[in-house]
Design a protein around this ligand. Structure first.
Ligand code: PLP
Length: 294
């Protein structure tokens, strides 16, 4: 049976001192319409969100996701989500997830046009099956993101470090990658540095060193990348952030796209040229990412 779940949240102020927020939640039918036609999330993509992986009922890395939701809200001038309230909403959603992999989504929208408050909700649904991608890897193409590496500092209104609901560009990049015969894309800055994928972070291995693009505002700081780095550092590997020229990508000893639900997918080819694949490490990373993580 497909178990879908949806909970509307009446957002509490960040300084609300209650410890139990049960009466701010309204369970709704996940298959029935729930949003107003004036909703600014649907009209303009004006809101922020998070996708949390759930494995056998355990929601992974909830605190890092809630912290990033708060960071995104701050960048978008949205009210800062109350951490305890949202954690309790995630717990309610996780309690509905059965064995296997699920995804919990948290959405905080600007609200209804001319309305007084933001709209917020949480959903849970079975995750897509990513076992083939985890085992066989993915081919990527590089795509121009159209701005320089330092744009986030110069133009904060582009909201580049925020996980906003405006993913039309990211989805268009994925379609372009498919048109070019690849599975996914890696964005490059206009000045020639690697950034991230439309829905994932990039990690390269160069010898025994791992490197990922600096999350200095131009890209999202991935919770999965942070978790993978913790694991690799625990294994004694050097893990680094850096400005990575696009020319380093096809020369890497291995590379992965990592994200909360797909987990670690080895990159098998970049722009049609094969890349070495570290199958043992990929399997190890996915085993780790599937284990309960807080
Ligand atoms: N970068 C972008 C643009 C994303 O959309 C995502 C996830 O959706 C990520 C990176 C990876 O983030 P996380 O590992 O927290 O899922």
């Amino acid at each position: 049976m497909t178990r879908r779940f949806a909970l509307m949240i009446d957002p509490a102020a960040a300084d609300d001192s209650r410890s139990d927020f049960a009466d701010t939640f309204t369970l709704v039918d996940a298959a029935a319409p729930a949003l107003s036609v004036g909703e600014l999330s649907t009209q303009r993509g004006d809101g922020v969100f998070e996708s949390i992986g759930v494995v056998d009922g355990h929601a992974q890395e909830v605190v890092p996701h809630l912290e990033r939701l708060a960071h995104s809200a701050q960048l978008c001038d949205l009210p800062i989500p109350h951490q305890t309230q949202w954690r309790q909403a995630v717990e309610r959603a996780a309690a509905h997830c059965e064995e296997g992999e699920y995804v919990i989504k948290l959405i905080l929208s600007r609200g209804v046009e001319h309305g007084p408050t933001p709209t917020a909700w949480v959903t849970a649904a079975p995750a897509s099956d990513f076992s083939t991608v985890r085992e066989q890897g993915i081919r990527v193409v590089t795509l121009d993101r159209g701005y320089d590496l330092d744009i986030a500092e110069r133009a904060p209104w582009l909201l580049l470090g925020a996980k906003t609901l405006s993913y039309a560009v990211n989805m268009a990049a994925l379609r372009e990658a498919h048109r070019r015969g690849a599975d996914d894309a890696i964005f490059l800055s206009r000045d020639g540095f690697v950034l991230e994928a439309p829905t994932a972070s990039l990690i390269l291995r160069v010898g025994d060193r791992f490197v990922t693009p600096e999350p200095n505002g131009g890209i999202l700081h991935g919770t999965t990348q942070l978790s993978v780095y913790e694991h690799l550092a625990g294994r004694g590997f050097a893990v680094e952030y850096g400005r990575i020229p696009a020319s380093d990508l096809p020369r890497a000893d291995a590379a992965w796209l990592v994200s909360s639900v797909r987990l670690a997918a080895a990159i098998t080819a970049v722009d049609g040229a094969d890349l070495p694949v570290d199958r043992a490490l990929t399997a190890e990373l996915n085993e780790y990412l599937l284990s309960p993580r807080d």
